[in-house]
Write a protein that binds this ligand. Structure first.
Ligand SMILES: [Zn+2]
Length: 432
């Protein structure tokens, strides 16, 4: 199996760290100079870009959230003038405004190259015919892989999504060897093959590249058996770039992250603390080569773990495990969408500390009930009842204004949420 960019993908870890540090420093200078949002944040901490002397210094900086990006709609997060931007994508699924991402010429060149790495790792080469059934449009999904396939020199068939019978016809007549889709759509195609009486063994499919929604090993086995191909997982994050962030090699033991362009950290999603390698937590990415819309410590909301051990494929890039779930999923209470992350921001705005909290949703008859547990300092918890009542009252008011639903705020002892397990969920939904 070949490696698209051996120099980068098999780099010595020491040299990689040096490249990461140089790129990180350049990124911090760029955002400090050009993005008001970051300048304000760094100034509030008394942090200057030159204070970043090692990769560890990054952890002194605050996180960037989807909420921050939506609040910067449309162009506030751009670090270059609009005339240098040659492509604009946007994503939905955030509270309020969409998130807008810009790309310079250089960003697009990097994107195609990184996608080509991921495509090659999945086992695709220049003799392949790649059918892209993802959405072409404002979303990043199809375009990233499309240009990666072209850069690699394989053939791309940009069908986009839908018309499954036509997809199957094209797959058969054009002798498609690689299917790019969501895992769910791969199964829709498998059903259509059955319906049309087409035997997958008579098609030419060799590899499937799947991303865009959570899937399991069971699903992988089913897709492989029914479509007669090898199914590879890849990680696409539109806010950071799109597809090309990470992808599996043939050893299928995690997705190699393109660490020379994305610096990964794993944090405890409740406390924001850094977790050691190997622990399950929320993936935080800093883009270290993006020109148009660089992100510092972006909270992806995806739960995964990192493995820095060398891979038998020869790549030295760290691997992230299959996404184990989301930690910032929207929950709908009384018909109103609530972002748990937003709850954290409101509590933090109120107390100043990084809050430890948990949402518990129950249903009494037809009515949803939302309780928000917040850990408070021991001194407050044990003696000052009036102070406690006042705090609950004010926090309830603030949260009701902020999220549109009146929660029952419960102050709990320090460590009572944390005690259970490292990644006890941010949301417990007991309505099912
Ligand atoms: Zn590998």
């Amino acid at each position: 199996m070949s490696i698209y960019d051996p120099e980068a993908e098999q780099a010595d870890r020491g040299e990689l760290s040096q490249i990461q540090l140089e790129r990180l420093q350049a990124t911090l200078h760029r955002v400090y100079k050009n993005v008001k949002f970051y300048k304000k944040r760094f100034d509030a901490l008394g942090f200057l870009p030159e204070d970043c002397q090692s990769l560890e210094d990054l952890s002194r900086l605050p996180f960037t959230t989807r909420h921050d990006l939506a609040a910067s709609y449309p162009y506030e997060m751009f670090a270059v003038p609009l005339r240098e931007v040659v492509r604009i994508h946007s994503s939905t699924g955030s509270p309020g405004n969409p998130i807008v991402m810009g790309y310079t010429c250089r960003d697009l060149r990097h994107w195609a190259k990184l996608a080509a790495r991921v495509i090659t790792a999945a086992g695709v080469d220049r003799d392949d015919v790649v059918q892209v059934t993802l959405s072409y449009g404002l979303l990043t999904s199809a375009f990233g892989l499309h240009y990666g396939v072209e850069l690699l020199g394989a053939s791309v068939i940009p069908t986009g999504p839908g018309s499954t019978a036509r997809q199957v016809q094209i797959m058969r007549d054009y002798r498609t060897t690689v299917l790019v889709s969501t895992p769910g759509y791969a199964l829709v195609i498998a059903d259509m093959l059955d319906e049309m009486g087409v035997d997958a063994k008579n098609l030419h499919l060799k590899v499937g590249m799947f991303a865009g929604e959570p899937w399991t090993e069971d699903m992988r086995r089913e897709i492989e058996a029914r479509l007669f191909l090898t199914a590879a997982d890849n990680y696409a994050l539109s806010e950071a770039m799109g597809p090309g962030v990470a992808g599996e090699c043939q050893h299928r033991a995690g997705m190699h992250i393109n660490e020379d362009h994305f610096f990964p950290e794993i944090i405890n999603p409740r406390t924001g603390e850094l977790l050691p390698a190997g622990e399950l937590g929320e993936l935080v990415l800093t883009t270290i080569s993006r020109e148009a819309t660089p992100l510092v410590r972006f909270r992806t909301g995806d739960l995964t773990r990192l493995d820095y051990a060398p891979c038998p494929c020869g790549r030295t890039l760290a691997r992230m495990s299959r996404i184990a779930g989301r930690c910032d999923e929207v929950v709908v209470v009384k018909g109103i969408a609530i972002f748990p992350e937003r709850v954290g921001q409101i509590i933090k705005g109120f107390s100043g500390d990084e809050p430890v909290y948990q949402l518990v949703i129950t249903r009494e008859g037809p009515v949803d009930k939302l309780a928000i547990k917040v850990e408070v300092r021991e001194s407050l918890f044990f003696d000052k009842m009036t102070l406690q009542r006042e705090l609950v009252h004010k926090l309830t008011q603030r949260l009701t204004q902020g999220i549109g639903v009146q929660p029952q705020v419960k102050l709990v002892e320090p460590n009572s949420i944390t005690r259970e397990q490292e990644t006890s969920p941010l949301v417990i939904d007991l309505r099912q």
